[in-house]
Design a protein around this ligand. Structure first.
Ligand SMILES: O=C(CO)COP(=O)(O)O
Length: 253
């Protein structure tokens, strides 16, 4: 059976979790990521920045990619506590998550800030995972599609292509709650994001990966990830348990 196009990506966002002991989690994930799984699904782990070198070293003999969870829009300078895309790249990361709703909320990141960070990611030679998603109030008001469309238009980096940019649709109300949208709602949203990408990048839209995120677990992965235009998952809590993360990755096998 031919694999899906674009090739699905299952990405783990560890958020502010993990320690040096997470080496064993990564070793377990690596051990379970066999040739069949590798052929169908790409795997990425995004630990806190200080754990990136450990994750890179632990996965060095595998095809598992490592990413950061944020970067600054500037390449260097007086930005205490921040980290540049090039620093993540030097540590061996190849992806950066930008515009996660937790950062949009905790750090008041606007679409313009997210776009600048995504552009810094591309300039550093890494792939940006640009996160978008509506709140519960916005969905209940019937504004989900419009809100996400505006976020995609406002956050997509200049020069975005399937090789350097991934979109992650994460409804804020589904993150860490166990709640998930209906298959019909996921299908409608992902189709709409594809349409908007068509406006923005033309034919390249077809090859750009659009991930779903928000309470993805092994038990719902096949249903959610099997939806048209869902090209993988951005996984929070379940990415911290090897069997769960691998179980989600197996959704496309
Ligand atoms: O925010 C998320 C991934 O970035 C999703 O988190 P959960 O999978 O824990 O709901």
């Amino acid at each position: 059976m031919p694999g899906r196009t674009p090739k699905p990506l299952v990405a783990g966002n560890w958020k502010m979790n993990g320690s040096a002991a997470s080496r064993s989690l990564l070793a377990e994930i690596a051990a379970g990521y066999g040739p069949d799984l590798q052929a169908k699904t790409d795997l990425l782990v995004c630990p806190p920045a200080v754990l990136v070198p450990m994750a890179v070293a632990t996965t060095a003999a595998t095809t598992i990619a490592v990413g950061g969870q944020d970067c600054h829009a500037k390449v260097s300078g007086a930005h205490t506590g921040d980290i540049a895309a090039a620093m993540l790249a030097e540590a061996g990361a190849t992806f950066v998550i930008v515009g996660h709703s937790e950062r949009r909320t905790d750090h008041a990141e606007t679409d313009a800030v997210v776009k600048a960070k995504a552009e810094a990611t591309l300039a550093g030679g890494l792939t940006a995972i640009v996160c978008v998603g509506e709140t519960k109030d916005e969905r209940e008001a019937g504004r989900a599609l419009a809100v996400v469309e505006a976020q995609v238009r406002g956050s997509l980096p200049a020069g975005a292509s399937p090789a350097n940019t991934v979109i992650a649709y994460e409804p804020v109300w589904a993150i860490g709650t166990g709640l998930v949208p209906t298959v019909a709602d996921v299908e409608a949203m992902h189709a709409d994001i594809r349409r908007v990408l068509g406006d923005l990048v033309g034919q390249d839209a077809a090859g750009m990966r659009i991930l779903y995120g928000g309470s993805v677990k092994p038990g719902n992965a096949r249903e959610l990830l099997g939806v048209a235009n869902v090209d993988g998952a951005l996984v929070g809590g379940a990415s911290l348990v090897a069997a769960d993360f691998l179980g989600i990755a197996a959704a496309y096998s």
